[in-house]
Design a protein around this ligand. Structure first.
Ligand code: NAP
Length: 297
């Protein structure tokens, strides 16, 4: 999938590359459109660190040797994107609790030649919701549309924040129910086509759109077609970041809701990965500003 807006050129940080340079990267396939190098190099530059973060194209049949290569080449850490988030797990030495619970890894830390898998997607979403949405989750009625990998990561994080209620709306309710069954908390499941959908959405404080509808070939579509339920006090979040304004967000905004696009979640998960890699406080606002500046307005 290509970016709809042209991007400015990336620059590396100010430190010279030498024998002390720390190496980081992101593996995926494809990888050329990844924004992670911009996000991570902005943070390295902010701290004037002698480090470089690169995009690394990996094939499924070379994944195992690529992961062993983290140790062999002494990379400090890498991020993992589509389609390897589950596939890397057999090659790691240990998993942090979030990655264990979700069965998916987006960050690998090389801890003295032990590869530890983490998942920062859900917590990254939460950072964005609090920083960009200026809200917390406690006591809020929250609905997640979609029941894929990212919905699962978001749900897992939000449940720890004690919301008033959590619900899942999905095209295939059985997929949502399978996720809900993993938790003791009562999670309502609704079918996307349900007659009661509007009534349910009307009662929510925060609605999070996590399906791919609104990007690529479907950039003029939304999984929700009737927006008469939208109210100004609601927050509507779409985790799609390209385009930055999806039809779901446009329609919600037109009816007065506060809207947030997915770039914040992308930066949030990267910010937490940076913290795991370097043990430094991630400069979320700087990382976000940098990546947003690369889209020519
Ligand atoms: P996924 O695991 O493939 O899940 C897709 C979900 O969307 C499923 O619940 C699926 O429903 C639903 N869906 C797919 N096509 C649909 C359609 N035509 N109508 C209605 N529902 C449909 O995907 P994912 O990994 O969660 O990623 C989803 C989106 O999030 C992608 O657009 C991705 O780019 C974005 N994302 C953003 C970030 C970020 O940092 N901002 C991070 C991760 C992902 P069924 O269960 O019925 O199949």
């Amino acid at each position: 999938m290509g970016h709809s807006k042209p991007m400015k050129k990336t620059t590396l940080n100010h430190q010279p590359i030498n024998g002390k340079t720390q190496l980081y990267g992101v593996i995926g396939h494809p990888i050329e459109h990844s924004l992670s190098p911009i996000i991570q190099n902005a943070a390295l530059a902010h701290y004037d660190m002698n480090g470089v973060y690169l995009p690394l194209l990996v094939n499924t049949d070379t994944l195992e040797s690529a992961i062993h290569g983290i140790k062999a080449l002494n990379l400090q850490g890498i991020n993992v994107t589509v389609p390897f988030k589950e596939l890397v797990i057999p090659y790691l030495d240990d998993l942090a609790p979030n990655a264990q619970a979700l069965g998916a890894v987006n960050t690998i830390v090389n801890d003295n030649q032990r590869l530890i898998g983490h998942n920062t997607d859900g917590e990254g979403f939460l950072i964005s919701l609090t920083q960009d949405g200026h809200t917390d989750v406690t006591n809020k009625a929250i609905c997640i549309i979609g029941a894929g990998g990212s919905a699962r990561a978001i749900l897992h994080t939000l449940l720890k924040e004690k919301p008033k209620s959590l619900s899942l709306v999905n095209r295939s309710p059985k997929n949502a129910q399978r996720i809900a069954n993993n938790y003791e908390t009562d999670i309502q499941v609704l079918e996307l086509a349900s007659q009661d959908l509007g009534k349910h959405l009307e009662s929510q404080d925060i609605i999070i759109q996590t399906t791919p509808i609104g990007m690529g070939d479907t950039k003029t579509s939304s999984p929700i077609t009737d927006f008469s339920w939208v109210k100004p006090q609601q927050i509507c979040y779409d985790i799609i970041y390209n385009p930055s304004l999806t039809p779901f967000l446009k329609e919600s905004k037109a009816r007065g809701a506060s809207i947030i696009g997915g770039i914040g979640m992308l930066v949030g998960q990267g910010a937490l990965a940076f913290q795991l890699f370097t043990k430094k406080a991630p400069p979320y606002a700087i990382m976000k500003e940098k990546v947003e500046s690369y889209y020519v307005n």
